[in-house]
Design a protein around this ligand. Structure first.
Ligand code: LLP
Length: 419
């Protein structure tokens, strides 16, 4: 619905012709849709409310940390989940209350913890005994009390790509379940920290409620065990990971997910948090790119784009599949043949799609690489001395430049050459 094809204007996103955006700001350019973000947030919260669940959504900033995106979440009333001081300060810059921010991550540096505590961060998700002691010492010195939750590794296979699974024993994340009760008791006795609950996050791009059911059942059992031991538990952080449909694959069924939450943890009497990133912003963004040339190498057809793996890294890093659509309506009338769609970077991995049926693409013709709103721009680099792409936000039928294209001279403006 957000994407539509018009005979004259070609591919449109939230009613705006994508060619108009590329004409105005060039390519490669990221395009995010405010309406799509709001609609996805509403779909998720509505599904949870339909189960009579009061779940507070903490948007996972790592998925897309642009201030304009964070501003949308602030207006929606969402909190945030951050994994670095940089992400935390972005949320503060965007006006999200520090009390509505939770801080996750396996290695938080002392300076990061001190700054976040000084600003009144709402919750710190602790990932080890060592980190608990560190937070206690820092908060104790600062004369404040950190609300902490212990991140439990539930040892559940989320069934996703090995590089994005996090909840298995042997992953670097979280604390083994058997170690939680003693550590929770230790936290209750330490100065500077107040243990308020349990967190878990089992991985990303999860497409079925089944692994959540398994993990949440373990979390519920843990909450009950802690309470039996006389420890107070008032928060359960359910993590993120809700998957989206890349191509024809269906995304996480929200109603079934919400029913799972209700069934497994709905009766615990805890404040529930959810940390979705990709689900909220992935399908709400795309990368527009122009064809530099088509080349034929032996039997093989290549379409070479002006976007590359330094812009959108997911295909190179995870062999991720992204839909790629020509922007021109006329192109869709033409017969297709398989082509590899690649970028100009000098790496074989710089390939967006293999053997994708595509019409003939003349130099300058444009494509949209879909579902790139999450883990797109945030993971980009300037490898091969390629400046960062521009970004545009579509809202209410208009588009706004939210990041100007980086100039080539900006690539070296901070570099120094010793005399
Ligand atoms: N909470 C924690 C503790 C996380 O580690 C993550 C993601 C999230 C929440 C949000 O997960 P989401 O709802 O977005 O799945 N770069 C990879 C994804 C890495 C996810 C890392 N952690 C990709 O492009 O697929």
């Amino acid at each position: 619905p957000a994407l539509s094809m018009h005979a004259r204007d070609g591919l449109c996103f939230e009613g705006v012709p994508l060619n108009a955006i590329a004409d105005a700001h060039g390519t490669p350019v990221w395009v995010y849709g405010a309406g799509s973000i709001r609609a996805r947030y509403a779909a998720l919260t509505t599904a949870l409310e339909a189960q009579k669940l009061n779940v507070h959504v903490h948007y996972a900033v790592k998925a897309n940390d642009h201030l304009a995106v964070l501003n949308i979440f602030r207006h929606l009333g969402a909190g945030a989940d951050v994994v670095s001081l940089g992400e935390f300060l972005r949320t503060q810059r965007a006006g999200i209350a520090a009390a509505d921010v939770v801080y996750s991550g396996v290695g938080k540096a002392p300076v990061e913890l001190a700054e976040a505590l000084g600003a009144g961060i709402g919750q710190i998700n602790v990932e080890s005994a060592e980190e608990l002691e560190m937070i206690s010492a820092i908060a104790g010195r600062m004369g404040c009390t950190a609300k902490v939750v212990l991140r439990m590794n539930p040892d559940v296979d989320a069934g996703t790509h090995e590089k994005i699974t996090t909840g298995l024993a042997g992953n670097k994340f979280g604390i083994a379940a058997q170690d939680i009760p003693a550590l929770y008791a230790r936290a209750a006795s330490l100065p500077g920290v107040e243990p308020v609950g349990i967190a878990l996050h089992i991985g990303s791009q999860i497409l079925s409620p089944a692994p959540y059911a398994e993990a949440y059942a373990k979390a519920a059992a843990m909450v009950r065990a802690l309470r039996t031991a006389g420890l107070a538990v008032s928060v359960l952080d359910l993590g993120g990971g809700l998957g989206i449909g890349y191509g024809d694959e269906p995304g996480m069924p929200l109603a079934a997910f919400a029913a799972t939450v209700r069934r497994e943890v709905g009766a615990l009497g805890v404040r529930l948090l959810l940390e979705p990133g990709r689900y909220l912003v992935g399908p709400a963004g795309m990368l527009l790119s122009s064809v530099i040339l088509e080349k034929q190498a032996g039997d093989k057809r290549f379409i070479v784009l002006d976007a590359a793996m330094n812009d959108l890294m997911r295909p190179a890093l995870y062999e991720a599949w992204h839909g790629i659509l020509p922007l021109g309506a006329a192109q869709l009338q033409n017969p297709v043949s398989p082509a590899d769609i690649v970028g100009p970077v000098c790496e074989t991995a710089d390939c967006f799609a293999k053997d994708r049926p595509m019409p003939p693409m003349a130099p300058g013709a444009r494509v949209a690489i879909l579902d790139a709103g999450a883990y797109g721009a945030v993971m980009s680099s300037s490898y091969n001395a390629r400046p960062r792409a521009a970004a545009v936000l579509v809202d209410g039928g208009h588009f706004h430049l939210i990041t100007p294209r980086q100039s080539i001279a900006q690539l070296w403006e901070d570099e120094a050459v010793p005399a």
